[in-house]
Design a protein around this ligand. Structure first.
Ligand code: ADP
Length: 358
C-alpha cells in the first residue's frame, strides 16, 4: 500500500494496519502515498484505489484540513454515515522542509450519538418539567398570598421555603431550555443594540450586594470611546451576569473583581471589536480542569470551601460560550490556582449576517 516510497516518509507502515484510527499520508502535492486499513474502511475504497489520488477527491470535506499549513488542524464531519474527527498535521523533514500532510481519522460515532441523546433528553425533560413547575409556582403564590385562607407563622415559613426552591427549579429549567435553544442554533432576537457603558454598571450594581456580603469590591474600567454593539441586550446581560457572578462566587473574601471594556478600532477610527475582561483574585482554576470548564455540567473537582459554597450546576460557562460564538465572538481565560482568573471575550461590532449555528 505504499507507493512512491521515495517521497513517502513512512517506510514500514504494516504496524499502522493494527490501529483503529485511519491514517493517510499525502505528499506536498496533496497526492495520497499511504493509507492504512482503517482509513480505507472509513473512506469505503480499497487502499490501492486511494493511492495516487488527490486527498481532496477522497475526502471532499477535507480541503480545510489539507490546507493545514503549519501545525495541526482538526474538524468533524460525516463520512459514509459515520461521524469522524479528522486531524491534519504537516510533517517536516530534519531540514525543516514540509514533506506532506499526515491525516488521522477517528470514528467518533458512538460519542456523537451519546451527545445527541443527552441533548434530546435535556431538551425534552426541561420542556416537560416547565409546565408542572409553572402550576406549582402559581398555586404556592396563591397560598402564600392567603388566597386559600390565612396562614399561621409556621405555614408562612413553609410556603416561603417552597417558593424559594420552586423559583430555583424554574430558573434551572429555563437555563436548560435557553442553553439547548442556543446550541441548536435557534437563537431568537439576534437583533438589538447594547450600550456596554450602561449595561456593565447596571449589572455590577445588581450584583454589588452579593459582593459586599463577602467584603469584595467591584471595579469598573470602561473606555469612554465605547460605541453600542449590535447585540441583543438580554444576551449580553446573560454573558456579563454569568461571568461576574462566577468571579464573585470564586473570589477570595475581601478580593477585588475588575471589569474592563475597551474598543478595538483596527486601522480606521471605526470600532470593529469590543474586548471585555472580568478578573478576580480567587481560587483560580487548576490546569487539569482548564480544558473542560466550558463544557455542560462541568464543575471543577475542587473540594475547597469556596467551590462547595458556590453551588451551581456547571451550565453558566457553556451558555456564555455558545452566546459569544453565536455573535461570531471568542472567549478565553487565564487562571492559576489561588491566583485568580481572568475571563476575556471579544465581540465584533457587526452581528453575523444570519444567525450562525453554534
Ligand atoms: P457553575 O458556576 O454553575 O458551577 P459554570 O459553567 O459557570 O458553572 O462554571 C463551571 C466551573 O468553572 C465552576 O464550577 C468552577 O469550577 C469553574 N469556574 C468558573 N469561573 C471561575 C472563576 N472565576 N474562578 C474559579 N473557577 C471558576
Amino acid at each position: 500500500m505504499n507507493v512512491n516510497s521515495s517521497t513517502s516518509i513512512i517506510e514500514s507502515p504494516q504496524i499502522l494496519n493494527y490501529l483503529a484510527d485511519g491514517i493517510i499520508f499525502s505528499n506536498h502535492d496533496g497526492i495520497i502515498t499511504y493509507a492504512n486499513q482503517a482509513a480505507s474502511q472509513m473512506v469505503g475504497a480499497p487502499p490501492d484505489a486511494m493511492l495516487g489520488r488527490p486527498i481532496t477527491d477522497i475526502l471532499t470535506r477535507l480541503p480545510l484540513l489539507a490546507a493545514a499549513g503549519n501545525g495541526t488542524k482538526a474538524s468533524q464531519f460525516e463520512l459514509n454515515g459515520r461521524h469522524v474527527k479528522g486531524k491534519a498535521t504537516t510533517i517536516y523533514n530534519p531540514e525543516n522542509q514540509a514533506q506532506g500532510i499526515l491525516t488521522t481519522l477517528q470514528d467518533i460515532t458512538s460519542e456523537y450519538e451519546a451527545e445527541q441523546a443527552k441533548k434530546h433528553f435535556l431538551q425534552n425533560i426541561s420542556h416537560e418539567l416547565r409546565t408542572p413547575l409553572t402550576a406549582i409556582k402559581g398555586y404556592i403564590e396563591l397560598l402564600a398570598a392567603g388566597t386559600g385562607g390565612s396562614l399561621n407563622e409556621n405555614q408562612k415559613m413553609f410556603t416561603t421555603t417552597i417558593q424559594r426552591n420552586v423559583n430555583r427549579m424554574v430558573q434551572l429549567t429555563n437555563s436548560l431550555i435557553f442553553a439547548s435553544s442556543i446550541k441548536s442554533g435557534r437563537l431568537e432576537h439576534i437583533s438589538g443594540h447594547t450600550d456596554l457603558s450602561q449595561l456593565i454598571p447596571q449589572i455590577s450594581r445588581e450584583l454589588q450586594p452579593k459582593a459586599a456580603e463577602d467584603g469584595q469590591q467591584i471595579i469598573l474600567e470602561i473606555d469612554k470611546n465605547l460605541q453600542p454593539l449590535q447585540i441583543d441586550p438580554i444576551h449580553m446581560a446573560t454573558i456579563l451576569e454569568e461571568l461576574l457572578t462566577n468571579s464573585i462566587k470564586f473570589n477570595r473574601s475581601g478580593g477585588k473583581v475588575r471589569v474592563t471594556a475597551v474598543p478595538e478600532t483596527g486601522n480606521g477610527n471605526q470600532q470593529t471589536f469590543v474586548i471585555v475582561s472580568i478578573s478576580d483574585e480567587g481560587i483560580g482554576i487548576a490546569p487539569s480542569d482548564q480544558a473542560y470548564i466550558f463544557e455542560e455540567f462541568y464543575r471543577a473537582d475542587n473540594q475547597s470551601d469556596t467551590q462547595i459554597r458556590a453551588g451551581g450546576i456547571g451550565m453558566g460557562l457553556s451558555i456564555v460560550r455558545a452566546l459569544v460564538e453565536a455573535y461570531n465572538g471568542r472567549i478565553w481565560f487565564k487562571s492559576a490556582p489561588n491566583q485568580g482568573s481572568t475571563f476575556t471575550f471579544i465581540i465584533p461590532n457587526q452581528p453575523p449576517d444570519h444567525p450562525p449555528t453554534p
